[in-house]
Design a protein around this ligand. Sequence first.
Ligand SMILES: [Zn+2]
Ligand SMILES: [Zn+2]
Ligand SMILES: [Zn+2]
Length: 133
Amino acid sequence: MAHDSDRPAAGHSHGCDHDCHTCGAAPLAGLAACPYCRCAYQGVAPGVTCPGCTAINARGRTVCAQCNGSLTRACVFCAFATPLDQPQCARCHEPFAGAEERKRARDAGRAPSTNTDPTGANIFNSLNSILKG
Ligand SMILES: [Zn+2]
Ligand SMILES: [Zn+2]
Ligand SMILES: [Zn+2]
C-alpha cells in the first residue's frame, strides 16, 4: 500500500512574506522588490524605479525608500512635482515627453506677457543677433 502518495511534493509548505524568498534579505518598507536580488515582494504594487539607486519603490511613493532620492519630476509648465512613472503632469496634464522643447517653442513663438516694452527693442535686438549669428 502506497499510503504516502497523497502527500504534497513541495519541501517548503509556504513562502514567508516578510523575508525575500529568494535571497532571504529583510525587505525594506516602501520598496516593491528586493534591492539585492530584484525579486518582487508579494502584495506590493510596483511604482517608480529610483533613478539614483535603481530600487523599485512601491506605488505612490515620491521619495526612494532606499536612498531617499526624489521620485518625482517638476513640470516645466506649472512646476508641480509628479511621480516619475506618470507620463504626464498630474496637475496640468502636459506630457513629459518633449515638454522642454514645447516650452521653449511656446516661449519663442509667442511674446512673453511680461514684455511691455513699447518700442519693441527686445525683438529688434533678438532679430539682430539672429542675423549676426
Ligand atoms: Zn532578495
Ligand atoms: Zn534610490
Ligand atoms: Zn504641469
